[in-house]
Write a protein that binds this ligand. Sequence first.
Ligand code: 25A
Ligand code: L14
Length: 338
Amino acid sequence: MRGYGAKRYNVAVMGATGAVGNRFLRILEERAFPVNNIRLLASERSEGKKLKFKGKFYPVEILNHDSFDGIDIVLSSAGASRSLEFLPSAVKAGAVCVDNSSAFRMNEEVPLVVPEVNPEAINRHKGIIANPNCSTIQMVVALWPIHKVAKIKRIVVTTFQSVSGAGQKKVTELREQSKKFLAGKKSASKEFPHRIAFNLIPQIDMFLENRYTKEEMKMVNETRKIMGDPYIRINATCVRVPVFYAHSESVNIETERRITADEIRKILRKAPGIRVVDEPEKKSYPMPADAEGKDDVLVGRIREDESIENGMSMWVVSDNLRKGAALNAIQIAERLCN
Ligand code: 25A
Ligand code: L14
């Protein structure tokens, strides 16, 4: 990176006008990231818009191959096709890119990083570091401390994913559809394959030949890469739910070594990026409404799976736009600056 060791960095945000782009700007402010200049990049549709950063308005520029002149760090959230097309130009211009899309995640040359799990992988980068899928991030943050002491052999996960994971337009669709539905009116589904208001859709991303969705297979492959264990057996079912922000997951694991629910609570209480919320007698457990806007991954409902030898079930909730996207990427960028 140009100016490595210098105090402040020139940062470009690709997809700055989107749901993740918005969180990028807020979190850079909150964490006082050492920004020298900021450049906001998006499509022609956003030309002329101005976005606020640290109390000042900055114009949105149209993303092109010359956008990265003088840029040290690129934070990208404009989708996989834009990342494939433009990040090579950013790397040529000398920038390091933290990419939120799925474009480079399984590329062997590209580290796939969750700082709580595999921060050391950052050092192997050749200009691009991939930020994992939101559902994968929150799951591995919760499971890594357990894997270290008890070795996880198998994971069965069902996700309950909020609409914001798929962008700002999906958030608007849930809001508008809900209003119309309650008013007894019909409303078309433009963004989702079916009505999302007062419904669940067991499809996120497209179906593959094995009848799983791409999102489900991302959880399998990305988890193995991040945890550095190609043998963990994983089965995922990903479901879209009518929630605006934060993804929830029912996670069941089988471990090699026996571990109790009490031990897991103790380990997770000390683990970075996690808040244990597990007092069922007080009706206390993680919920998306409580995770929205927060940085921590919330873990609760931790209980032994009595149907197998060494099994455990838990419930994991996190803000998909923060830890699932922008926050994790900025935590990676922070390590680049140290
Ligand atoms: O590869 P794809 O298929 O294009 O996928 C992109 C999708 O992935 C989401 C992203 O969210 C988008 O839905 N996404 C990206 N990273 C993600 C992550 N980690 C993620 N989702 C979850 N987790 P988004 O919709 O919130 O943000 C979109 C941003 O991408 C910019 N963008 C799109 N095309 C671009 C581009 N930037 C540069 N060049 C391109 N060709 C996009 O900017 C936004 O910042 P924008 O200017 O296109 O959108 C600004 C506003 O306009 C709205 N809008 C978008 N499309 C249309 C539209 N309005 C009218 N008509 C449209 N066709 C947006 O809602 C936004 O408010
Ligand atoms: O691989 O909820 O980052 O539709 C982007 C879209 C994750 C899921 C990714 C969604 C996906 C997300």
